[in-house]
Every structure is written in structure tokens, then in C-alpha cells.
Write a protein that binds this ligand. Structure first.
Ligand code: F6R
Length: 234
């Protein structure tokens, strides 16, 4: 794992941008993308840049179950606002949160990932070590699946909703095996609340109880952390 400590999210976004730029220059075609607050600065830099993703494919990690892409709380909507409106990709995949046949929705998403192997996967990390919405206890062998969100995740995401009861309790998430299949992984984490998870991810045992710890087994991972998120690292 390559660990890069930055002063703040602005510096982190610049380094993240350089990694995306270099990937494009090296003919990367498929970008795995994340939502949440962590990548917002990076998306701002990307959408205002002259990088051209019109021949690229994006595949998002996850989507809330029950929210359609025109719902402002959906991850599809988030991506459209943060990136796709200004930086269109040839095609942008986000799991379908409203397909009633979720078994089919998950199977189709796996087929998309198989067809478009991910060159660069962007990740944030949950306080409990989740990546995508793969909560502690998720099998390292998992592919796309329906997830019951943990109370701590629902609470952490309530800030994006009017009322805590509005936060969906389930999501569709790319699995851990799918994340691990990416050629290169870039994980970013900012703030004190991520310090414990970052320390366990890097120095703790590799265990399904700490989903992000599996990244120790990947051969090309870059971690961008600010000082607060790095403060429990030895
Ligand atoms: C989002 C995702 C999640 C977030 C994580 C951190 O697509 O997959 O794993 O990366 O919950 O969220 P933030 O960035 O809001 O702290």
C-alpha cells in the first residue's frame, strides 16, 4: 500500500486528479466511482479540468434500494450533479435501485463489471471499515448484492436526508471481490472519525469484520489521508 499524507482535501483532490490523469494517459478505460462526502473535492477538480472521459466507462459502487435516479438523494443523482453533467462518460453505470427483481439487478451489474474490468477504483471508507456498502461481516468473495445497512451507516448518512427515517435501510453494492478485481485502487479518507478504520485497515488483521482490511492483499493500492485520518497510524 502506498500511503500519501496530505494537509487537506484540496491537496488530496489534486493528487487524486493526478492519479486519474495518469490512468487516462496509460489507456485506462473503466473507472470505478464512489459517492459520499469524501470524493466531492476530487469531483470538483475533475469536472473543471480538461480531462476527457467521453471514451471512458464509469461504474459506481452502490445505490440505495428504492431510490430512482431522479431522486436528489440517490447516488445516480449525486453523480450526475457532481461529475457527469459536466464530464460525460461514454457510459455511466450505477446500480438500479428501483428494479423490483433485485436478483436480476445484481446479476446484471456483475455482468457489466465482467464486461468492463475496472482499471481504477475510487473508494471512501466507512467508520466501521465498510467499502462500497459492504458492511462488516460481508464475505470477501462477495459480488454485487443487496445489503442491509448497519444502524451506524444509516446514522452517518442521515445528514444527507431531511429526517433520519428517510434514509433507506438497504442498498445494492458492488461486492468485495468486484472491488478487489480492479487493477488499481485509490482510497481517500479525511477527518478524525476515519482514523480508527484507517489504522485497522492498514495495520490490523485481514478480517471480514473490517472489510477494508482486504486491501492489504491487493498489489496496487494508493491511500490518501489527511493528518486527522492518519493520526492512529504508527
Ligand atoms: C459511497 C460508498 C461508501 C462511502 C463511505 C464513506 O459510494 O461506497 O463506502 O465511501 O460510506 O462515506 P463519506 O465519504 O460520506 O464519509
Amino acid at each position: 500500500m502506498k500511503i500519501i499524507k496530505v494537509k487537506n482535501q484540496i491537496e488530496g483532490a489534486q493528487i487524486g486528479f493526478d492519479i486519474f490523469k495518469q490512468a487516462l494517459e496509460n489507456d485506462a478505460k473503466v473507472f470505478g466511482l464512489a459517492t459520499g462526502s469524501t470524493p466531492i473535492k476530487l469531483y470538483e477538480v475533475l469536472r473543471n479540468s480538461d480531462l476527457d472521459f467521453s471514451n471512458s466507462i464509469s461504474i459506481n459502487l452502490d445505490e440505495y434500494l428504492g431510490l430512482s435516479g431522479d431522486n436528489p438523494q440517490s447516488y445516480r443523482y449525486f453523480m450526475t450533479q457532481q461529475l457527469f453533467n459536466q464530464k460525460p462518460f461514454q457510459h455511466s453505470y450505477v446500480p438500479d435501485g428501483v428494479k423490483t427483481d433485485t436478483a436480476l439487478a445484481t446479476k446484471e451489474y456483475d455482468q457489466i463489471i465482467d464486461k468492463h474490468p475496472i482499471d481504477l477504483q475510487l473508494l471512501g471508507i466507512g467508520h466501521n471499515g465498510h467499502i462500497g456498502f459492504n458492511e462488516p461481516g460481508t464475505s470477501f468473495e462477495s459480488k454485487t448484492h443487496v445489503v442491509d445497512l448497519q444502524p451506524s451507516t444509516i446514522e452517518a448518512n442521515a445528514r444527507f436526508f431531511e429526517k433520519p427515517e428517510d434514509v433507506p435501510t438497504q442498498a445494492i453494492s458492488m461486492g468485495i471481490a468486484s472491488v478487489m478485481s480492479a487493477k488499481h485502487i485509490l482510497l481517500m479518507a479525511y477527518g478524525e472519525s476515519k482514523a480508527e478504520a484507517i489504522s485497522k485497515m492498514i495495520n490490523g488483521p485481514v478480517t471480514e469484520e473490517m472489510p477494508a482490511s482486504i486491501l492489504q492483499k491487493h498489489n496496487s493500492v494508493t491511500i490518501i489521508v489527511d493528518e486527522a485520518a492518519a493520526n492512529k497510524l504508527n
